[in-house]
Design a protein around this ligand. Sequence first.
Ligand SMILES: Nc1nc2c(ncn2[C@@H]2O[C@H](COP(=O)(O)OP(=O)(O)OP(=O)(O)O)[C@@H](O)[C@H]2O)c(=O)[nH]1
Ligand SMILES: [Mg+2]
Length: 288
Amino acid sequence: MGDKANTPTGAAGGAPTADRPAAVRNVVLVGHSGSGKTTLVEALAQAAGAVGRAGRVEDGATVSDHDEIEHRQQRSVQLSLVPVAWDGFKVNLLDTPGYADFVGELRAGLRAADAALFVVSAAQEADAIAASTRMLWEECAAVGMPRAVVVTHLDTARTDFTELTAVCADLFGHDDPDAVLPLYLPVRGTEGADGHAPVTGLVGLLTERILDYSTGTRREAAPDAAQRELIAEARGRLIEGIIAESEDETLMDRYLGGEEIDVDTLIDDLERAVARGTFHPVLAAAPA
Ligand SMILES: Nc1nc2c(ncn2[C@@H]2O[C@H](COP(=O)(O)OP(=O)(O)OP(=O)(O)O)[C@@H](O)[C@H]2O)c(=O)[nH]1
Ligand SMILES: [Mg+2]
């Protein structure tokens, strides 16, 4: 396995340290070859300040794909560990190769993991997603591992995010489709000459805040009435999905009785359900 802890190319602050095991989280990224795991690890490392600028797989410039073979083939061939510091924790991002020849590296990553991110490309057919990830999902489910789904390639794919979340709910949430739901919806800009509307930001379904990245830095805004209406259905489903997982059994009655449940309470319940491995957020990612 490649451990880049001591040689983070272009690292801003060096490798994070943790003085107790309880402050370490190992998060494995799994998914089809080319789904965007290495690119996502790079973006997360940049967001956490572990690298100054996100490198590209095509340029052989990512922290995670550091081997010469990986540069030549432009894909991962070994398990790679990229440590980042986040919120007082040392998070070890474990980037696995998606190509089937390197399944041993994937297994090693899964064995070490506390949680898994299933990276799904919106450019893939649903069948390909199913073939590559369903069994892994079941394997993680059998040991109660917390899991989330990250949808990539939203900038170039034709597949609608909402459509893809329904595919994920069907694939991964066959016992309970309301336990696999998006927390944010992508916000798109104006369609370009190539027919694609770029993803410019996200709208938080619980917080009802727009996170706008169109200027290169994050700006927050409140949705207008029309945008609120667009997210209302997804928001309602998410709230019901979280409440269904809550240990507070009075919450559903209160909600159905018309009470506005406080967002902090919902976030606490969401976090508990994710950690228990019974609720799985679907997240959206797009290159800046
Ligand atoms: N347009 C677009 N390209 C992306 C996105 N994510 C990744 N890519 C590109 O897709 C290609 C594959 O991405 P990788 O990050 O190497 O995929 P991977 O999942 O690590 O692939 P393996 O290492 O083979 O398992 C690269 O050329 C990336 O630049 C995305 O969200 N949008
Ligand atoms: Mg890779």
